[in-house]
Design a protein around this ligand. Sequence first.
Ligand SMILES: [Zn+2]
Length: 351
Amino acid sequence: MMSFSSSHPVVDLLTSLMSIVSTSELEHEIGIFLEQRLQSLGYTVERIPIAPGSTRHNVYAYLGSSRKTRLLLTAHMDTVPPHIPLTIEGDIIRGRGSSDDLGPLAAQIVAAEELRKEGSVRSEGDLALLFVVGEENGGHGMIAANDMGISWEFGIFAEPTESKLAKGHKGQVAFELISYGIACHSGYPHLGKSATFALLAVLNDLSTATWPESDLLGPSTFNIGTIEGGEKHNIVAPSAKALCEVRMVSDLPGIKDKVAEIVSRHPDVELKFVFEYPEALLDWEIDGFEAAPVAFGTDVPRLKDEYCNKRVLYGPGSILVAHGPNEYIRIPELINSISGYKKLVLHFLQQ
Ligand SMILES: [Zn+2]
């Protein structure tokens, strides 16, 4: 059953976006769609490869000829697998990307259109839209945005925050521990060296270490995500490894040093850092908006302060259904977020 609101422009746009498979690495088609849509709305659109020669590209749109604008609206085009086709039931849109992040992305485009029609933004220099690849898979799209040669005074990042301004979120340091032993008959363990014992020892030290806390974001936490190792119950294990992370609230370099120091006490264990981004602290005291910290990571800290100093994170939908089989967004919340984005744009442009 279709409801009254399913004929709203933001619903039409989201329906088109969700009909395209856009899982990370497969963002080409949705990028082309957005490029054509934004061109048809009168924007100047640039297709920006995320590395020289790369076929993966971000989409950057602005009015007129000035690439540099005061404010940036930005969202990610990629979604997590598997693609889940769209269905609409009453006031609920279900399917992959409905809340993370194509619903918030569609609301940003419609908000920009309404502001243009109302004459609230200048014909150039006020506002640009940047849609990036790879947020769900390492952030290569937003990292590439640091090389655009542009800085913005204000950035409005779209993610499903239940229409609250995010006060900030933790950062993340992920690392692999690889332990090397010597296999032998387990009846004579003194003839070998156990990689699993060595790994457990370092994991124990990491588990009992203390990490920074913050009033806003709470404690940094350590997690052992995976452990594997050994061959058989009667063989002293020749190798073992674990994949771990610290969800951190401050001092990313200090945390990496501490992890390295702890691991260095265990000569048979090697450390490889695989992934990191710092915590995000955001501007969030704005009249008319509720604010709350969030517990998920975003592209916000990947765009360096020097290129975008004041940042907010806001969007319709809930992260609690994102990445799961039952992802959805409520149409009334999606529509309301358009005025949320407009309010934020005007709040910043009036500064
Ligand atoms: Zn997202």
